[in-house]
Design a binder for this molecule. Structure first.
Ligand code: EPU
Length: 346
């Protein structure tokens, strides 16, 4: 285990914000964590677990000890009649693992293609796209407790998945609360890919692709290619234009609130949810407030998708946060809705 000093983080956050880790340790396996915990000074430090950096806004140098997750490995754990179970190291690139499962003839993750970040970040954020959420394909994960060095396994129930939410995004509060933010490092994640494979095609963008191409029974590979094409057309490539995907969650309101808003804004994009609430498209709300293409300093709102904030070159985390707050204020003033950011401000 090597403790690196003053490590530039620009290449390790998808916003491409310039910042440093005062101290950084690369974690290739559980032994690296155990060695670190054996050092009383390092063990006592506050820790920040860094995966692909695709869901963070860095507002300055990181003073906590940065644990850069580089646990690799992919394997098919079980290829049974009702499901295949595959496992990947937390440091593996998410999109590469999706491609690898398809190459193994094990479909199920294709709707989640091209999502930036690492395997370890996928359950933290309960990533989701085009009608599939990680929790729909999740089997279990192994993590290491950053206080005791003990390895533990969590099933889906223990991960407490919600919309872009899990136990890993919550601090421990009351005794008994299993908030694991900053307390655990995910080592490996296992996915359950049900058999027989069923395509998930309910999302409007995929229905459009079916109509355009005349393909009514696409293969998993075809869906993978469609998803890549849709994402490529709508979302900026973070390697070219720094961003963290959707910056805000899509808010939910009660049916009464929704009718009230529809009376004033008949075109509002909204989707009824199975639990009776109504989900509103945050991108539409921001767009309606005229934010598309606007900037604060070098941070801006993407021209093709108002839900995505971008780094136009040299943006600071402070500029991103200022822009985000201004958007929240204008959406609140016009619609009475508070938008909640997806990324973690560090
Ligand atoms: N819209 C506008 N103007 C905009 C942006 C969107 O009017 O500037 C409208 C669109 O026309 C559409 C609706 O808003 O009717 C929803 O837009 P879209 O289909 O692009 O999806 P989204 O709600 O913006 C969500 C996820 C994405 C995910 C896509 C596809 C959230 C916060 N975002 O975006 O996830 O890829 O659906 O499933 O749930 C991410 O979380 O980082 C992310 C990219």
């Amino acid at each position: 285990m090597i403790v690196e000093q003053n490590v530039p983080l620009q290449a390790h956050n998808s916003f491409g914000i310039v910042a440093k880790a005062r101290q950084l340790v690369r974690v290739k396996d559980e032994d690296d964590v155990r060695q670190l915990l054996a050092d009383p000074e390092l063990a006592a430090r506050a820790k920040f677990v860094l995966g692909g950096g695709s869901n963070i806004v860095l507002t300055g140098d990181v003073k906590s000890l940065v644990l850069k997750v580089e646990v690799m490995g992919r394997r098919v754990v079980d290829d049974g009649p009702r499901a295949a179970i595959v496992e990947a190291g937390a440091g593996e690139d998410w999109h590469a693992v999706v491609g690898w499962t398809l190459e193994q003839g094990l479909p199920g993750l294709e709707n989640l293609a091209l999502i930036p970040g690492t395997v370890g970040g996928s359950p933290v954020q309960n990533i989701g796209a085009y009608g599939v959420e990680l929790q729909d394909r999740f089997e279990s994960l192994d993590a290491i407790d950053l206080q005791t060095g003990k390895i533990f396994t969590l099933d889906a129930a223990k991960c407490a998945f919600g919309y872009r939410d899990s136990v890993f995004k919550h601090q421990a509060g009351q005794p008994g609360d299993l908030g694991l933010a900053g307390r655990a490092l995910i080592l490996r994640v296992r996915f359950r890919l049900p058999k027989p494979w069923k395509p998930v095609l309910g999302y409007a963008d995929l229905e459009r692709k079916m109509k355009e191409t005349g393909i009514s029974a696409p293969s998993a590979q075809q869906i993978y290619e469609w998803v890549c094409a849709v994402r490529g057309a709508k979302l900026p490539d973070w390697r070219v234009l720094g961003n963290a995907g959707s910056f805000f969650k899509n808010p939910t309101v009660t049916p009464d609130q929704c009718s009230d808003i529809i009376a004033r804004e008949p075109n509002i994009v909204h989707y009824p949810m199975p639990d009776g609430t109504v989900k509103l498209a945050a991108g539409w709300l921001i767009d309606a407030c005229g934010w598309k293409g606007k900037s604060v300093g070098n941070a801006g709102v993407y021209e093709k998708q108002a839900l995505v904030l971008v780094n136009r070159g040299g943006a600071t985390g402070g500029e991103v946060v200022t822009l985000a707050r201004a958007i929240q204020t204008s959406v609140y003033e016009r619609f009475g809705i508070r938008l909640e950011p997806e990324p973690v401000v560090v």
